[in-house]
Design a protein around this ligand. Structure first.
Ligand code: CUA
Length: 460
């Protein structure tokens, strides 16, 4: 070891060993992908390529270290009867320089490659759609803005019930919330994420993406689903929480569903979802039940509710079986609120009254008013006798479609004059009357219908 001169035979041995190690690294790297989930996104291919390089280098180093160990154990083992100390060797400058320089070069190369992949993942893609992600103990909610004109039927926004109108945005899109993430092959998606309580991490193994959700901040991550050979569509892949966030962290699972193409994404999922939002049950009890069973809110991971089939392993919230009785009885006495107000308060502002024996763990879900009222109506009916402990009598007035005609008209006029409808008006006036009506009604702002019709008629 003390000689710095290398004989030809040593050089040949080093070269042969080097080739064997690199070949071994390649072998290890090509066997390992069998253990990984499907490559279901463009990002997964880039990330796996980086992992492959890591495995080639790591595999070669593994074989070198283990090989040296095995060789030394065999070659330098003590002969029988030899109890003397081993040779005392102190340092070898050449060797130390070599085994410092080589890892340094490897680390720099890997840092540059990783940086390139990270940069590519972060680059905004063309025609990317934004999906908002809410993470809270213990479920995921994915919110989409869906153009309302995708509906096969004509939707007159003004005639929609109040509880639906709140989901219609200024640009005529409808807000859809789903407990599962839906996309289609080739669609580039930007996930904008916020937690409603503690730190969570969205992890989609098949997409090779993982990103923390941090309180007080909005974090984001991108993906583009790609076709997986041999897969049947729609394909499902798991979505998990990768940050320990409480007792039922393990229940914080969902799915990403990849549709074959945009057409099936719209017809098989988006339109049926929009239909559910546009036509909610008029009975508040049924509407509440539909909301609770939709999976949009995380209630089933913390509360027992036998009628809805909820039975979490560790219920960290009070049981909702017979909650109407307790709201009208002991809880009403303790808080001085009526059963309805008590339940409303508990849904609307969970930390206001915490049931004795429980922790204030329920996130502030910011449930829209009409949804909250419907949930209250349903929970009022959860009594032993089956007779509701309370009712939400003002649901129809606040949330139903029976808004007074005068109010509806003034609202329509306000919208029409706000400029949203100018496009529809122009179109309507530039074509024959009969067509104008059709065009105008298909425009995003339904208020335009009246105006356009009026103008078209007077103009011809
Ligand atoms: Cu959220 Cu773990």
């Amino acid at each position: 070891m003390n000689s710095t001169k290398l004989s030809l035979s040593t050089v040949i041995i080093i070269a042969v060993v080097g080739v064997v190690l690199v070949a071994g690294g390649f072998l290890i790297s090509s066997a390992t992908p069998q253990l990984l989930p499907a490559q279901a996104s463009a990002e997964s291919i880039q990330v796996d390529e980086l992992v492959r390089i890591l495995l080639i280098i790591g595999g070669a180093i593994f074989l070198l270290v283990q090989g040296m160990l095995a060789f030394s154990v065999w070659r330098f083992r003590a002969k029988s009867g030899d109890s003397s100390d081993g040779l005392h060797i102190h340092g070898n400058t050449t060797l130390e320089i070599v085994w410092t320089a080589i890892p340094a070069v490897i680390v720099v190369v890997l840092a540059v490659l990783s940086w390139q992949v990270w940069n590519q993942l972060q680059t905004p893609k063309e025609n990317e759609v934004v999906v908002h992600v809410d993470g809270r103990r213990f479920n995921w909610a994915f919110t989409y803005d869906a153009p309302i004109n995708l509906m096969p039927e004509q939707i007159d926004v003004n005639s929609l019930p109040e509880n639906v109108k709140v989901d219609v945005q200024d640009d005529g899109s409808l807000t859809i919330t789903s407990p599962e993430l839906h996309t289609y092959i080739g669609q580039s998606v930007l996930l904008q994420m916020k937690p409603q309580d503690v730190i969570h991490a969205l992890w989609i193994p098949a997409f090779r993406i993982k990103q923390d959700l941090i309180p007080g901040r909005e974090t984001s991550i991108r993906f583009t689903a790609v076709e997986v050979p041999g897969e049947t569509y729609p394909a499902e892949y798991p979505v998990r929480c990768a940050e320990l966030c409480g007792a039922n962290h393990g229940l914080m699972v969902s799915k990403v569903i990849v549709h074959k193409d945009e057409a099936s994404f719209i017809s098989d999922w988006l339109v049926p979802m929009m239909d559910k939002v546009i036509h909610p049950p008029t009975d508040p009890v049924l509407a509440g039940q539909a909301i609770l069973t939709s999976g949009v809110y995380p209630c089933p991971t913390c509360h027992v509710e036998t009628n809805l089939g909820w039975s979490p392993a560790s219920p960290v919230g009070p049981s909702l079986n017979g909650v109407g009785d307790r709201a009208a009885g002991g809880r009403s006495t303790a808080t001085g609120l009526s059963a309805k107000d008590y339940i409303y308060q508990s849904v609307h502002e969970p930390a206001a009254f915490v049931v004795p024996g429980f922790q204030p763990l329920m996130p502030q879900l910011n449930i829209p008013e009409c949804q909250a009222l419907a949930i209250v109506a349903y929970l009022c009916t959860q009594t032993d006798s089956g007779t509701p402990a309370c009712t939400v009598d003002d649901y129809a007035a606040k949330c139903g479609s029976s808004a007074p005609a005068a109010e509806a008209t003034s609202e329509a006029t306000a919208e029409a004059t706000s400029g949203i409808t100018s496009e529809a008006t122009v179109e309507a006036t530039s074509v024959p009357a009969s067509e104008a009506t059709v065009e105008a009604t298909s425009a995003p702002a339904e208020a335009a219908t009246q105006e356009a019709t009026a103008e078209a008629t007077s103009g011809s």
